[in-house]
Design a protein around this ligand. Structure first.
Ligand SMILES: C[S@@+](CC[C@H](N)C(=O)[O-])C[C@H]1O[C@@H](n2cnc3c(N)ncnc32)[C@H](O)[C@@H]1O
Length: 276
């Protein structure tokens, strides 16, 4: 094995990345612990190791999100496998999961549907923290569902995943709780071509319309898939709460309200289905 002229200390000095990120890349490329790095920072790296580090560093420098490079992201305390086929789970979405868990806490059993499940972040967190529930999840993307299934196996959770456009594969089925974090970015939003969003699936980010079209479909169809007293919670953008509440009221939902995330932004809106 040929040696490079470089050590880990050289990599940290030259990478141009924040030290934490550089250390994470070393963990990923060399399969070593942070403790090992402290005691081996002056060891000469092999040419192969140095090239592996440079390859990851180049990806990060080009703006690729750390979660895709590392292949995982923590959500609700669980370590989710992610790939460019799925949205990277966001801390904001924990607001939706917590609302769902609050609704479920007194229920002995419940059927729950998460639509547009992506990595399975919402569905699997609910299955993990509310084990009395029977969880179903859909996504239109087969690639996303494959990642969700990897996560289900990793966490040893049983979720019924189906490839479906919203309710299409749930004909005649009802649920006590429906949740979704659908694509909600306006097609013209400049953020789509900036930062992490450049690397995430467009299908997960935008409805290719005004940002509200998925809510119109989901809210219009939800009543026939909810039990009497069943609830719906939908995550949305920072400026969409009023519009989503209006759609819920228009569809006949009761107790329509919005929930703020940790930043104080109305992030989730929902309601209860009481009508026949
Ligand atoms: C914003 S991402 C949410 C992913 C995940 N639930 C989360 O919160 O991290 C939206 C998801 O909706 C899926 N999606 C887009 N259009 C859909 C449709 N017509 N039916 C079902 N899922 C759809 C995308 O593939 C993507 O996984």
């Amino acid at each position: 094995m040929t040696n490079s002229p470089y050590t880990l200390r050289d990599f940290f000095a030259q990478s141009g990345l924040p030290l934490l990120e550089a250390k994470m890349l070393v963990e990923q490329a060399l399969g070593v612990s942070r403790a090992w790095m402290i005691t081996h920072d002056l060891d000469v790296l092999s040419e192969h190791q140095w090239q592996a580090l440079q390859a990851l560093c180049n990806r990060r420098t080009a703006g690729e999100p750390m979660a895709y490079i590392m292949g995982s992201r923590e959500f609700m305390g669980l370590d989710f496998t992610v790939s460019p086929a799925v949205l990277i789970p966001r801390p904001d979405t924990e607001t939706l999961v917590e609302a769902a868990l609050g609704f479920l806490k007194d229920k002995v059993t419940a059927r729950v549907l998460d639509m547009g499940t992506g990595s399975g972040a919402i569905a699997l967190s609910i299955a993990h923290f509310a084990p009395q529930t029977q969880v179903f999840a859909s996504d239109i993307s087969q690639e996303a569902l494959a990642i969700a299934q990897v996560n289900a196996e990793k966490f040893k959770l049983d979720v019924d995943f189906r490839q479906s456009s919203w309710f299409d594969q749930f004909c005649g089925e009802t649920f006590h709780l429906i949740v979704s974090n659908p694509p909600y970015i306006h097609q013209g939003d400049e953020h789509l071509s900036q930062g992490d969003l450049r690397f995430e699936p467009r299908l997960a980010l935008t409805d290719n319309a005004d940002g509200l079209s998925c809510y119109r479909i989901i809210i219009q169809q939800a009543p026939r898939h909810l039990t009497q007293g069943g609830a719906i919670y939908l995550e949305h953008g920072w400026n969409q709460a009023e519009a989503v509440r209006a759609l819920l009221i228009q569809a006949g939902f009761a107790q329509v309200c919005s929930i703020r995330d940790l930043a104080g932004i109305e992030r989730v809106s929902g309601g209860v289905w009481l009508a026949e």
